[in-house]
Structures are given as structure tokens and as C-alpha cells.
Design a protein around this ligand. Structure first.
Ligand SMILES: NC(=O)c1ccc[n+]([C@@H]2O[C@H](COP(=O)([O-])OP(=O)(O)OC[C@H]3O[C@@H](n4cnc5c(N)ncnc54)[C@H](O)[C@@H]3O)[C@@H](O)[C@H]2O)c1
Length: 247
């Protein structure tokens, strides 16, 4: 059965980053299910995936961001959508424990890479002349400032929201929309790896829907923003937190 949110996605050429991660893998699967041709990428390689192409790439290098866009476009015959889900969280319970290396690593992946990747994709889409969709994963931290020792991560994700608003302003003339999805607490390794049971229970208790989110639920929001249903939405940040944050 075809979902109404699949509109315009059949045959779309889609690059997904962070595809070895919990949310990225769900985004790849959802686009494939919607009939899109998908180039999946991560710094880690995986044995099995449903995508048309797998491209192993470390996004911390601006040259590799550019190369990824070129290789994805070559593999798919062009690019209509980028779903940029790659991200890095380093929790430090004490502010004094944060090192310069922690700061750099999170800003390099979450913010710097996003600029060079999305700029390259915007340039390619502009040259194609058929518009496009750029969607990046920010975090509830962009709004809340972060919980559980994640102030630096939150700052990088806040920067990502501002960046995408700026890109939306610039690329709108070429028919390219730029939006972010802001997951709340989603049940993936990034959330559960170093948060204790008590912290997770406290999050669930503060979430009106009374549970953690599923990666597939972030994928649905991402597909919506890539679909023709979202044709007049740009510079937006879609809150996918089960009401944990209300805005
Ligand atoms: N899980 C949550 O609760 C949650 C909440 C808010 C935001 N997010 C955001 O959603 C996105 C997906 O998160 P997830 O839960 O799937 O996390 P995850 O850790 O499972 O996946 C993140 C992926 O990004 C990849 N990555 C990291 N550094 C990279 C680099 N230098 N180059 C290329 N790829 C790199 C990792 O290898 C990993 O596969 C991230 O941007 C994350 O910040 C997640």
C-alpha cells in the first residue's frame, strides 16, 4: 500500500548520511520502501543494506563532503534529496570535563560537515535546475540546550538550525527547500549508550506520549519533508519529540 506521504518520492534520487546509525538506517529503508533510489553513506561500512549504492565517507573532510555529493550523483544519475542524518554526541557529565577535542569533534561533524555537504548538494541541485530537498537532523538540544552533559552537542545542533535557515534563504530561488528534523529521545545507540536507566525513565515520564520515539518515526518526518506534500515548507524545524518539548 502506498502512503500519501510517499508523494513525489517514487524514483527520487536520495542521498542519506549517517546510514549505519539507528535513524539513518530507518531513513534509508523508508525511502527505499517509497520507491526512491538511495545512495547510503556513513564513516562506518555495513555488510548489508537495501540502498542502490553504499559510499563510505568521513564527513569531517570538506573535500570528502564534495566527493560524496559527486559520487552519489554519479551512482544515481543526479540528486533530488539529501537526508543528512550523520551526527556525533559526546556526553560529559561535568562541564570541566569537556576538552577542546570534544568541542572540535562535535562541531566538525554536526556543523562544519553540514555546511560543506549541503552547500555542495545545493550547488549540484541548482545546476540540475529542477529544485531539490535538503533535510538535516538537528536535535531537541537546539531548543533545550541539551540534557545529560550535552551542552556542546546542543550548541552545534543550534548552529545547524541557523545554518539551514540561512541556506533556505539562499537556495529558495533555485526551488530548493532546506529543513531540519529535531528528534527528541529516540531509541537508538546514541541515546541509550551512556544514559542510565534512571535518566531514560525520567525522559519518558516527562514525555506526554509516555515512551521513547522510534527511528522509523523520525524517518516518517524526514520523508514528509522530502515529499511533494511539503512543497511550501522551508527553513522549518520539525519537532519529533512526542511532546517532550512543546514548541
Ligand atoms: N537518537 C536520538 O535520541 C537523537 C536525538 C536527537 C538528535 N539525534 C540526531 O539524529 C541523527 C541520527 O542519530 P542516531 O540516533 O541514528 O545516532 P547514531 O549514532 O546511531 O548514528 C549516527 C551516525 O552518524 C555517523 N557519523 C558520525 N561521524 C561521522 C563522520 N565523521 N562521517 C560520516 N558519518 C559519521 C555514525 O557513524 C553513525 O552511524 C544524528 O544527527 C543525531 O545527532 C538523535
Amino acid at each position: 500500500m502506498t502512503s500519501p506521504l510517499d508523494d513525489g518520492l517514487h524514483g527520487a534520487r536520495v542521498l542519506v548520511t549517517g546510514a549505519a546509525g539507528g535513524i539513518g538506517a530507518a531513513v534509508v529503508a523508508a525511502f527505499v520502501e517509497a520507491g526512491a533510489a538511495v545512495a547510503a553513506s556513513d564513516v562506518r561500512s555495513v555488510r548489508e543494506h537495501p540502498a542502490t549504492a553504499w559510499l563510505t565517507m568521513d564527513l569531517r573532510s570538506p573535500d570528502d563532503c564534495r566527493r560524496l555529493v559527486d559520487e552519489a550523483s554519479a551512482a544515481l544519475g543526479g540528486l533530488d534529496v539529501v537526508a543528512h542524518m550523520a551526527g556525533l554526541l559526546i556526553r560529559r557529565d561535568e562541564l570541566d570535563a569537556v576538552t577542546e577535542a570534544d568541542w572540535d569533534a562535535q562541531h566538525d561533524v554536526n556543523l562544519k560537515a553540514s555546511f560543506f555537504l549541503l552547500r555542495a548538494a545545493g550547488r549540484l541541485m541548482t545546476a540540475q535546475g529542477t529544485g531539490g530537498r535538503l533535510i538535516a537532523a538537528t536535535s531537541q538540544g537546539w531548543w533545550s540546550g541539551g540534557y545529560g552533559g550535552s551542552a556542546v552537542y546542543a550548541a552545534s545542533k543550534g548552529g545547524l538550525v541557523s545554518l539551514c535557515r540561512g541556506l533556505a534563504r539562499t537556495l529558495g530561488a533555485a526551488g530548493i527547500t532546506v529543513n531540519t528534523v529535531a528528534p527528541g529521545a529516540i531509541d537508538t545507540a546514541m541515546l541509550t549508550a551512556d544514559l542510565g536507566d534512571r535518566a531514560l525513565k525520567a525522559i519518558v515520564a516527562a514525555t506526554p506520549l509516555g515512551r521513547l520515539g522510534r527511528a522509523e518515526e523520525v524517518a516518517s518526518a524526514t520523508l514528509f519533508l522530502a515529499s511533494s506534500r511539503a512543497s511550501f515548507i522551508t527553513a522549518a524545524t520539525l519537532n519529533v519529540s512526542g511532546g517532550w518539548l512543546a514548541y
